[in-house]
Design a protein around this ligand. Sequence first.
Ligand code: URA
Length: 200
Amino acid sequence: MSDDEMDGLCVRECERCPELVESRSQIVNGVGPDDADLVFLGEAPGANEDEQGEPFVGRSGSVLDDALRDVGLARSDVRITNCVRCRPPENRDPTKTELGNCRGYLERELELLDPDLVVTLGKVPSEHLLDRSVAVTKEAGDVVDVRLGERLQRVLICVHPAATLYDRSQRDTFSDTIARAADLSGLADSADGQSSLGDF
Ligand code: URA
């Protein structure tokens, strides 16, 4: 897959998935620093994301924002992106073909970012990067090195933030994994530094 349609980290035009071209109102690219150490990877945009053109801006996004805040991080400290950049109809899971069509864009984005850590939010992104079936609730918090093209990428498996909304028992798993992500990417230290400076 070429990255011809990409402008830096973003896809400006793409018509590879006919059903998604029909169902999207826009392409939803990742947001956050173009040198982010920590990347959160979701599945695909939902209705809110499709409308606003930004990943994780609905209820799942609020859960993610709150968990980041709890470890001293802001949404703007990290990059947030999806495996598939266009909203699937009726929020169905993206098909294997759609995931494959968007794969080159994701690999290119990660190659340019070269982050310390990618956190996979839920089953679809975890299985997409690990290329095997993943029992996300059991494996949450596990770190795996994954080959992406020429690179070895460190990946941390996490439950989807939406899981915490319908299953309270997932809340600790989610927040513990976010704390581990901050730690592994070295961002926990800078967050500590910021809050202690704020005490003065
Ligand atoms: N869920 C996802 O997987 N991605 C989003 O952008 C929003 C919700």
